[in-house]
Design a protein around this ligand. Structure first.
Ligand SMILES: [Mn+2]
Length: 353
């Protein structure tokens, strides 16, 4: 059973020294996590555009498909997906021969799924740019801040830190805004700092159309997706008032019946927090390769420790993921019921705050 590993002795080579080592003509690959979200894709594409402006050959490679509502992003059509058999053949040599391997929006190699071993053994210099907790020690450079609300924010900060602010184009800004908007829950999560708004203000000044981006990302559902959501809310939601917890679950049959596509389950867990009094929400999904869990919570309740302790996961304090490898969806729910009483005192403490 894999454990959530605390990183030790990470050699934080100076990120400022790295800038001088980026030389025109070099080859770079940019990778991000499985099931890439808007921050993963937005940061990867903005970074690719930046590297291209610096004269490098940069290719974005993802371990699984880019969801439909992100495919409009500038540069998205050139992304290589390891799940595509034809593109997969191109991917291995690109990673093997790259001078640079940029790892964006993830802190552990296992999040690369089938790309993890290729990246691990790549000869190129590895650079992590990320805001998740506990980064693993596998890269040469880290630009890592858990205080950052998104990796897109970090990309912005790094480019500015390197004195290249004038290189940030409207297209790059569009990609960055997408990730900042979604990772802050449209600017309502506690990670929405004054700095986030400052970054966004400068992106708007570049001409980024925030309203159009919001519509493209959030108002682009298929009718299947809306009916799927209706089905989950009507038939797959329970509220355990004693624990201030909303539980939702999605069966393998649900995924088939509603023709669920990549990204269709994204955000569903958040609906649980709309219940008055809810402190946290859990969504369990029976995927063909196992039971996946999503956790959300309101401040100051930490779901990442819960996810790490009981469900082989981790993540952010208020937004985490995990999995259950001990059996079926029913068994995962049983395990949940079993461990909930252990959290009662913490829940009651948080409730009073
Ligand atoms: Mn992110």
């Amino acid at each position: 059973m894999p454990k959530f590993i605390m990183a030790v002795n990470i050699h934080m080579s100076s990120i400022s020294a790295l800038q001088a080592k980026l030389v025109p003509g070099q080859k770079a690959v940019i990778t991000t996590h499985f099931n890439p979200d808007s921050d993963a894709i937005g940061s990867s594409l903005a970074w690719q555009q930046y590297l291209t402006l610096k004269g490098l050959h940069a290719q974005v490679i993802v371990p699984s498909a880019v969801s439909q509502n992100l495919q409009w992003m500038p540069g998205a059509s050139a992304i290589l997906n390891a799940e595509n058999p034809i593109q997969k053949v191109q991917i291995a040599p690109l990673i093997e021969q790259a001078d640079w391997v940029f790892c964006l929006d993830f802190s552990g190699l296992q999040r690369l799924h089938q790309l993890s071993s290729l990246v691990k053994h790549a000869r190129g210099t590895k650079v992590v740019i990320d805001h998740h907790l506990d980064p693993e020690d596998f890269a040469d450079y880290y630009y890592h801040r858990t205080i950052a609300a998104s990796t897109c924010e970090l990309i912005y900060d790094l480019i500015v830190e390197w004195g290249d602010e004038e290189l940030i184009s409207e297209e790059m800004g569009t990609c960055m805004y997408s990730g900042i908007m979604t990772d802050t829950g449209s600017f309502r999560h506690p990670n929405t700092t004054a700095h986030v708004h400052e970054v966004v203000a400068s992106l708007i000044k570049l001409g980024v159309n925030t309203n159009a981006i919001h519509r493209k990302i959030f108002d682009s559902a298929s009718i299947d997706r809306l009916k799927f959501l209706g089905h989950i809310l009507a038939n797959r939601l329970e509220y355990l008032s004693e624990y201030h917890l909303a539980i939702m679950w999605i069966t393998e049959e649900d995924l088939v019946q509603f023709n669920s596509q990549a990204g269709d389950t994204e955000g569903i867990v958040n609906y649980g927090l709309q219940i008055a009094g809810a402190i946290w929400a859990i969504l369990l999904i029976a995927r063909p390769d196992g039971i996946k869990l999503s956790f959300r919570s309101i401040e100051p309740f930490a779901v990442n420790t819960f996810a790490a302790t009981y469900f082989e996961g981790g993540g952010h304090k208020n937004a985490s993921g995990g999995r259950f490898s001990g059996g079926s969806l029913t068994q995962a729910r049983e395990k949940l019921q079993e461990v909930l009483p252990l959290y009662l005192s913490e829940i009651n403490r948080v409730k009073k705050l």
